[in-house]
Structure formats: structure tokens, C-alpha cells
Design a protein around this ligand. Structure first.
Ligand SMILES: *Cc1c(COP(=O)(O)O)cnc(C)c1O
Length: 619
């Protein structure tokens, strides 16, 4: 919009000329010392996003609240009382304050003026409370949505990933209760209040897209993933039938086939589903293995079964135990297999345990191998596991929730050698490939099991007499009914970057991880937990100067155990980075730093290393 057109009425208003041309919506309260009061003009441009003042067409909305806002602003400019239009021009792109201006003597009162009635009405509707109807319309919601999106873009997307800003602003729960009003009320809120909530939510949330959020097996804020996510939400679909989700159904089929091809299943044949997380994907895998072992389970339930025994590494993700319990197999029947010094499943022990289960009268039915263990990042020997599975007729599952992304790289896919021999694979694109949460898949070599196992043929959803080919109604092979199409964001990222983009991404994060490892190996105070990490999660101790060369002290392990939690507290309070720690069996607490954002560079690796030194120096 033309600047002149915004400014003119304000200018006239401030000089108390032609006031009659304006229609005050609320009383134009001029009580108080107008000459001396430093009341403010709004942020005078179409971009104006202040919670306190807006400009729409030829109108000005201002409240005294802006004063604070503007005096707090670094860019604040004081305008002369008789501000010339030229001067206004200069501050157009910035918050401005000037004296003797649009004035209101109370903090809450608003001054709303417009050249014509129509605009005034628009403003009055804008400033109104939220509507109860669950449908957007331009009049009530366009400005609100734009402003919210602008806040999200600025505060979360760009500022939230800026190295200059903190990863988080940690406050204790009681304090947070006082900073954000969590209570719900019976009356509607105003849009202004809601925009404030958007801001506060961002302010006190952890910025997981920040380069120094290296705390978990997910991180990053992929720009294409974000748009895919927003696209999903703008259409609010659920993928059970082609009828209701035609585009997403075909996207899912395409992506799952492509992933099976990358895994190495012949021609990309087989089956697959998107799951709400890798834990659920593992649960589906256990269920498939069990169904394959004894299909009567579907009708007869657990009574039909002998005591089933599942084998997985002691370092496997906890979801294997959890879902085994959930499915009625029981955690006692999940046999934990020893790992070697690299964290890989011990083949000799595996075979011994299988033999033991048979001797006990159990029925070994499945091995869940892990490609990229959660803490150490170890890759189990898949080819050998396959041989054992063949020998005893067991289902071979590979939990590649974490390490699956490495399949995208010619250089690193050797880590999962033999994965094509698996019956099922869990692969989370929301981990190494940085698709937004959540995006998890289960890929199966054999088609039809999921459908046979899970279908209920509800006639109110999956009518067989539809006018199109109902094989595209894929929902019945899931146990969920309503289901978010997690495929879009990943498909969209893939479209954007190409498979080669994913490959570059993987190569870069592995390179970063190697650089980090090589650097700390040479650095005083750092000690590796696993000398040669295979994936991009790196486990190490930071030994503060006070503990160095004290290894023989009887309380050394206890003291070392306390270091990581202290450093963690400091980093959280300062917000300079976020890295997790944990013990592992008898091993004292150590850090696990995780790299999966290709937005990080070698200089970031150096920053992170120096941060440990800074935070741990005086302990
Ligand atoms: C993260 C992880 C899972 C669980 O995935 P979610 O999506 O968090 O449920 C399963 N297995 C392994 C090896 C993992 O690292």
C-alpha cells in the first residue's frame, strides 16, 4: 500500500486537522497532557505486526500500549511534534514514536479512526473477539492468520534457528505457569490475545530446529518439510480411502515403493505403511511376525499360541519390550542378546539363546536386529542374523528407525549390508532424513500380511461396490482409523532435493560427525565411550580438569557420573546448546551428541566442543 495513504490521515489526526473526516470508533480520548505525552504511532507500514497497533487501508489503530513496545525497540525514533511527512517517510519501515500524537489516556483504550465508514467497520471486526464458527472467512480471519504466520516465520522459523539466539529459554514449571495463562475460560479470547499466545508459545518452547539442539535423534527444521506439513494441515485429511485422500494415497504408494527399492527388496515389491512413530512400526512388525507364525491368532487370540520368544540386542530400543508387552507376548519373552565392544549383537549368544528357548519349550519366532542403536549407534550384523533366522524359521525384522537414512548414501549404506534379506524394516524419515515429526514407516517384503492380519472390512467405510478400484482404499490394513498423511512432507522434501539431495545430506552429517569425533579424540578432557562410533551419535565423557589423572581414585566413577548432569543444567539455563546424557549399564553418565542436521558446519562442531570446555572447566 501507498505510504502516503497510510500516513496522511495519521498526520492530519495528529495535528488535529480535519478531524471530522474520521469516524472514531471508540472515544478519542484526549485527556492528559497531549503536548508532553510520548504516545505513539503504530508501526507504520503494511507489514505492521505489532500486537498493539495495526494499519489497514486508510486507517490507524493505536493504543497506548505501543509506547512501551516502541521505547523498547532498538530502532526507536523520536519524531518532532510537528512531524513532517518527509520525516515520517524515513521511519516508515521502523517503529516510530512521536509526541503529541494519536493519544489515549488509558492503557486499554483504543483510538480507531478511519476516513470512511467502511474501513472503520473492517477494523471493528478485526479487533473483535474470536469467532466460534469452525470455518475461516477473509473478513474475520485473514489478517489474524497472516499475522500469526508472520510471527511463526519470524520467531520460530528464522530467529528460532539463528545461531545468535538461544536454543531454549528454560523456566521452571511454576514460573512458566505464571508466564503463560494456561487456564481455559468460558468466554472467547481476542485475536490480539491469541497472537500473544503464539508468541509466548514460541518463546518458551525448545527450538528443535536450532543448530545447537543436538539432544535427540531428531532435529532440524527443513524448509520443504515445513511447507509439506503446513500443506497437510491446511487440507486436514485422513488417509483411509481413496475417496477422501486421493492424492495422499498415491503419494504413500509411491514413497513406500521407492523406499522398498532403496532397502533392496526385489523391484521394490512388498507392502508398507506409515506409522505414528517407529515404536508403533516395531509393534506392527512383531504383530506381522506373529501372524505369519500362526494366522489363527486373528480369531482365536492368545489362546492359540505357544509361548512365543523374541530376540533382540540388549541395546535395542525400548519399544521392542513395550510393544511385546502390549501385544501379550510379555517382556520375559523378549530375550536380550549381549553386545560386543562396538555395541553389535553377539551372534554366538544369539544362537545359544535361541537353543535355550527351544529347550525350555518356547517358540522362537522373531529376531529384531537394530541398524543404528539409540544410544551408541551400532549396526547389528544383518547377514549373520539372517542365517540364524533361516536356520530356525524366525521372522527377521530390522529396526532401522535411526540408521535407515544411511541407505540413501552410496558411501554409508554398507552399514546396513544384508537389510534386503529382512522380512520387515522400520525406517523413520523423521530421524536421519529430518522430515518433520512424525514420519515413520514399516516396510515389508511380503504383500498381503498386513491386510489379512488387520482388515475388519467395515462396510460403512470400505464399501466394495464403489465406483473406483477399491484396492486404493488402503486404510483397512492399518489398526488406526483416522490417520495423518505423514507422507506429504517427506514426499515434498524428496521432490525438492531429489534422491541426490538426501545423499548429500547424509554424507555431510556423517562428515560432521567424523570431524567432531576426530577433534575430541585429540582434545584433553574428552574421552570416547565407544572408540569408533558407526553412526552420527557420538558418546563421550567430558572430564573436567579437577578430575583428570585421578582415574585410580576410588570415587572417580561416582564423581564422573555427576559431571554430565551439572553441565546439562548449565547449558539448559544458558540456552547455549542442548545435548543429552545417560548412563549405560555400569558406565557412568556420558554425553550423547547427535548430528542429523546438514545445516551444521565444521565451525559449529568447534563451537560445541568449546562449549563443553567452557561449561565444564570449573567443575
Ligand atoms: C527412535 C527409535 C525408535 C522409536 O521411534 P519413535 O518414532 O520415536 O517412536 C525405535 N527404534 C530405534 C532404534 C530408535 O532409535
Amino acid at each position: 500500500m501507498n505510504n502516503q495513504r497510510i500516513l496522511k490521515p495519521l498526520y492530519q489526526l495528529t495535528n488535529h486537522q480535519s478531524k471530522s473526516k474520521f469516524t472514531p470508533l471508540l472515544p478519542f480520548n484526549t485527556k492528559g497532557d497531549r503536548q508532553g505525552s510520548h504516545v505513539t504511532a503504530a508501526y507504520l507500514s503494511r507489514r505492521c505486526l505489532s500486537n498493539h497497533g495495526i494499519c489497514i487501508n486508510d486507517s490507524v489503530v493505536a493504543t497506548r500500549g505501543i509506547t512501551k513496545k516502541i521505547t523498547n525497540s532498538r530502532k526507536s525514533t523520536t519524531m518532532p511534534a510537528n512531524g513532517e511527512l518527509d520525516n515520517f517517510y524515513e521511519v516508515l519501515e521502523e517503529p516510530a514514536s512521536y509526541s503529541d500524537a494519536v493519544a489515549s489516556s488509558s492503557d486499554d483504550e483504543q483510538v480507531v479512526c478511519s476516513k470512511n465508514e467502511e474501513t472503520t467497520k473492517k477494523i471493528s471486526q478485526y479487533t473483535a473477539k474470536a469467532t466460534f464458527e469452525s470455518m475461516p472467512n477473509r473478513r474475520d480471519h485473514e489478517d489474524f492468520i497472516r499475522k500469526a504466520v508472520e510471527i511463526i516465520l519470524k520467531d520460530a522459523v528464522f530467529e528460532g534457528t539463528n545461531r545468535k539466539n538461544p536454543v531454549l529459554n528454560f523456566v521452571n514449571p511454576e514460573e512458566l505457569e505464571s508466564l503463560i495463562n494456561f487456564k481455559l475460560k468460558s468466554t472467547p479470547g481476542s485475536h490480539e490475545e491469541l497472537l500473544g499466545i503464539v508468541k509466548d508459545t514460541i518463546q518458551y518452547s525448545v527450538k528443535t530446529g536450532h543448530p545447537y539442539f543436538v539432544n535427540q535423534l531428531f532435529s532440524s527444521l527443513d524448509p520443504y518439510g515445513l511447507i509439506g506439513q503446513w500443506l497437510t494441515d491446511s487440507l486436514n485429511p485422513t488417509v483411509y480411502t481413496y475417496e477422501v485422500s486421493p492424492v495422499f494415497t498415491l503419494m504413500e504408494e509411491t514413497v513406500l515403493k521407492e523406499m522398498r527399492q532403496i532397502v533392496g527388496f526385489k523391484n521394490g515389491d512388498g507392502d508398507g505403511i506409515f506409522c505414528p512413530g517407529g515404536s508403533m512400526a516395531n509393534g506392527y512388525a512383531i504383530s506381522c511376525a506373529r501372524y505369519k507364525f500362526m494366522p489363527e491368532i486373528k480369531q482365536k487370540g492368545l489362546h492359540a499360541l505357544p509361548r512365543l520368544v523374541l530376540f533382540t540386542s540388549r541395546d535395542a530400543h525400548y519399544s521392542i519390550k513395550k510393544l511385546s508387552s502390549f501385544l501379550g507376548i510379555g517382556t520375559d519373552n523378549v530375550y536380550a542378546i549381549n553386545t560386543d565392544e562396538k555395541g553389535k549383537m553377539d551372534m554366538k549368544h544369539l544362537e545359544e539363546e535361541v537353543e535355550r528357548s527351544i529347550k525350555e519349550g518356547g517358540a522362537p519366532f522373531m529376531v529384531s536386529a537394530t541398524s543404528g542403536t539409540t544410544v551408541i549407534g551400532a549396526f547389528d550384523p544383518l547377514e549373520k542374523i539372517h542365517e540364524i533366522c533361516q536356520k530356525y524359521g524366525m521372522w527377521m525384522h530390522v529396526d532401522a528407525a535411526w540408521g535407515g537414512g544411511a541407505l540413501m548414501s552410496k558411501k554409508h549404506r554398507y552399514l546396513l549390508k544384508g537389510i534386503e534379506k529382512a522380512d520387515s524394516v522400520t525406517w523413520n524419515p523423521h530421524k536421519l532424513l529430518t522430515a518433520p515429526q512424525q514420519c515413520s514407516t514399516l516396510l515389508l517384503k511380503q504383500d498381503g500380511i498386513l491386510s489379512a492380519m488387520n482388515s475388519a472390512n467395515a462396510t460403512y467405510l470400505f464399501q466394495k461396490d464403489k465406483f473406483y478400484d477399491t484396492k486404493y482404499d488402503i486404510g483397512d490394513k492399518h489398526i488406526q482409523c483416522g490417520r495423518r498423511p505423514d507422507v506429504i512432507k517427506f514426499w515434498f522434501m524428496w521432490k525438492a532435493k531429489g534422491t541426490s539431495g538426501f545423499e548429500q545430506h547424509i554424507d555431510k552429517v556423517f562428515e560432521n560427525a567424523k570431524f567432531f569425533t576426530d577433534t575430541i579424540r585429540e582434545r584433553e578432557g574428552f574421552e570416547m565411550v565407544i572408540p569408533e562410533p558407526e553412526c552420527t551419535n557420538i558418546c563421550f565423557w567430558y572430564v573436567p580438569p579437577s578430575l583428570r589423572n585421578r582415574k585410580s581414585d576410588p570415587d572417580y566413577q561416582d564423581k564422573l557420573h555427576k559431571v554430565a548432569p551439572k553441565i546439562k543444567e548449565k547449558m539448559m539455563r544458558e540456552g547455549t546448546m542442548m545435548v543429552t546424557y545417560q548412563p549405560l549399564r555400569e558406565t557412568p553418565n556420558f554425553f550423547r551428541i547427535v548430528f542429523q542436521s546438514s545445516g551444521l558446519n565444521k565451525s559449529d562442531m568447534t563451537y560445541l566442543i568449546e562449549e563443553f570446555e567452557r561449561l565444564g572447566r570449573d567443575l
